[in-house]
Design a protein around this ligand. Structure first.
Ligand code: SME
Length: 156
């Protein structure tokens, strides 16, 4: 079932994003499609690398998020700093978690790279349910991001 969901997502995003290399246009489209496909996601969106060690909010779906996150803060900062996906089943047990919404219980944050290995930002999914994201979600979303952002230029 999960693989059908991700197969559908991949097909839709491949069609929608064909020939598009602008990071904001891609982020907006990916956030929209993933948010609609994953019912457990209450907030789905991007933080962009805008300066060394600094993330700023990008396109998202859901309630407002914090505007700025340094690499040394929160789950998003940890993903950007380490280059490793962060799957947090219980945000209350994550030291330094930034609570943009008090209702958030779990989250999954993946780094977003282009083909050249430039970190463009992070993709953040938050859920009001505990342990809402699986290892399979992490792997499939990682593949999807690699596909969509491979040819994306890093911001000047
Ligand atoms: N929870 C995130 C912050 C971003 S928002 O929740 C939208 C974190 O700790 O990095």
């Amino acid at each position: 079932m999960t693989s059908t969901l991700y197969d559908d997502l991949r097909q839709r995003l491949t069609a929608l994003c064909a020939g598009e290399f602008d990071p904001i246009a891609l982020m907006a489209t990916v956030a929209c499609e993933v948010h609609q496909a994953l019912p457990q996601a209450d907030w789905t969106g991007f933080y962009r690398v805008v300066a060394p060690g600094l993330l700023k909010i990008g396109p998202y779906q859901g309630g407002h998020g914090c505007l700025t996150i340094p690499f040394d803060r929160g789950v998003c900062g940890a993903a950007a700093r380490t280059g490793q996906a962060q799957r947090v089943d219980d945000v209350h047990a994550f030291p330094g978690h930034i609570a943009c919404a008090a209702s958030t219980q779990s989250e999954l944050v993946l780094p977003v790279w282009n083909r050249r290995g430039t970190l463009l930002g992070v993709f953040d999914l938050d859920s009001d349910q505990p342990a809402a994201f699986s290892e399979g979600d992490e792997a499939s979303l990682g593949d999807l991001l690699a596909l969509c952002f491979a040819e994306c230029a890093a911001p000047a």
